[in-house]
Design a protein around this ligand. Structure first.
Ligand code: FES
Length: 156
């Protein structure tokens, strides 16, 4: 069944017949839908008369664009040098294990958490560091992960 993307029509008419608008257009679409699905990109392509390959190219090039649904809470694991040498891998493994993520999954099945790796978060003296949404947690060890996640699980 065709998905209804009429909620995007106001955004599309705002950008129609303007050039150099692909990034802000896709930002607005993502803001509305939470992520850029293939179907949404196809809809924008047809409505705007922009080749789908151009839209997909921009959406995959910039890390700010999400091509999959995101969890309610975003967990960023720092993989910068200082964190890397302070067992960022162990922190990531503890997170994946606590969240029950399998294989290449990065979002929990209840859509509560999405896990991603990022470069230096700018607080290397606290390595290893993670951020959950806007909150930074530092000087972590794998055993500290469970208690941090529980703070977010309780409000579910
Ligand atoms: S390397 Fe992790 S905060 Fe800088």
């Amino acid at each position: 069944m065709e998905q209804d993307f009429s909620m995007l029509d106001a955004i599309i008419s705002k950008y129609r017949n303007r050039s150099g608008i692909l990034i802000p257009l896709l930002q607005d679409v993502q803001h509305t839908l939470g992520y850029l699905s293939k179907e949404a990109m196809r809809y924008v392509s047809v409505q705007m008369g922009i080749p789908a390959a151009d839209i997909y190219g921009v959406a995959t090039f910039y890390s700010m664009f999400k091509l999959k649904p995101q969890g309610k809470h975003i967990i960023r694991v720092c993989k910068g040098t200082a964190c890397h040498v302070s067992d960022a891998d162990g922190i990531k493994e503890a997170l994946r294990s606590e969240l029950g993520l399998q294989g290449d999954e990065d979002t929990t099945s209840d859509m509560m958490f999405t896990l991603m790796e990022v470069a230096c978060l700018g607080c290397c003296s606290l390595a290893p560091v993670i951020m959950v949404d806007d909150t930074t947690y530092g000087k972590l060890n794998p055993e500290s992960i469970k208690a941090i996640l529980e703070r977010y699980g309780e409000e579910a």
